[in-house]
Design a protein around this ligand. Sequence first.
Ligand SMILES: Nc1nc2c(ncn2[C@@H]2O[C@H](COP(=O)(O)OP(=O)(O)OP(=O)(O)O)[C@@H](O)[C@H]2O)c(=O)[nH]1
Ligand SMILES: [Mg+2]
Length: 344
Amino acid sequence: MKFIDEVSITVASGHGGPGSISFRRESFYPRGGPDGGDGGRGGNVILKTTRHLNSLMDYRSQKKFFAEDGQAGAAKNCTGADGKDLILLVPVGTIVRSSEGEILIDLADEMEHLLLKGGRGGKGNTFFKTSVNQAPEKAQPGEDGSSMDIILELKLIADVGIIGFPNAGKSTLISRISAAKPKIADYPFTTLTPHLGVVKAAEEKSFLVADIPGLIKGASQGVGLGMQFLKHIERTKFFIHLVDASGMSGRDPFSDYQDINEELSKYDEANQGKEGFFPLSTRPQIIVLNKIDTVSEENLKKIKNEFKKKIGSEPLVISAVTGKNIKELVQIMTKMVFSNEETL
Ligand SMILES: Nc1nc2c(ncn2[C@@H]2O[C@H](COP(=O)(O)OP(=O)(O)OP(=O)(O)O)[C@@H](O)[C@H]2O)c(=O)[nH]1
Ligand SMILES: [Mg+2]
């Protein structure tokens, strides 16, 4: 399935139905008064978020969306039916922009937003009856609806983002700590689209983790899958920076760590000043060395020491396959997710 995170569409609310011009015609009321009902309201355009979607796929082929028009009023003071609202379902985290790029609303939670109101229905001639005009021959047309070009942009909402080189074990980790079942394989770029996992932490607390496709050196120049998916971890509190300690990639763990950070800085440079952008290079990181089941004690010590010497702290060491230290990692994550909230 293709992952779509930006689409341009046109939406329109419904026109109001016209009011009716009608007079009572019944045997015992030879000069019956006006009885033209009002027109119905045009349908609204409403955006509604759902956690069941995590892509804007549904908007890939259809580009124009209309709410229903209100129906005309009728005799016997019958009000026309209101037009059905157009309810557009979008994933939580969808940002709605005008066609000029200005943010109209950020649908960052489960919510509904009234984007365009339908036109009011016209008044029927009953409404225009006065003491001096008992038989008004006029009714209102319905009010027009309105239309708008918008851009829907998805930036997933998660508490934690997992970053790292392809094949570092990001998907293995998320599958260990949540119910997410991403594809895992021994080659780079197994994960081609971001996905979310819910981590059920202690005391019925849970939080969301995002796994995104791997980054490589030069991603900012479009190497590999480039940086197109980084926006999906923009709205996280912190990152798990997963580093492959196995040495099987032929690269060095510490330079992997540096390379990814460099790409984050370049991403920030490229997006600086963009409305709604939150820089990534300053986001707190938990540095985690993975695949320690494949590394000798001695080698692991060496790698840890290098981190200690160069950045002043030792990484946490885990094995996403054997489960070593996974519990501890989840505890640290939980603490960071919820302590942040308490200090807000
Ligand atoms: N020995 C060992 N292998 C691991 C560990 N974690 C992951 N792997 C293996 O590493 C390979 C890559 O794992 P993935 O989870 O697909 O890696 P990824 O980071 O999601 O990779 P991309 O989706 O390509 O970015 C798989 O063969 C995993 O079984 C670990 O702790 N120890
Ligand atoms: Mg993966």
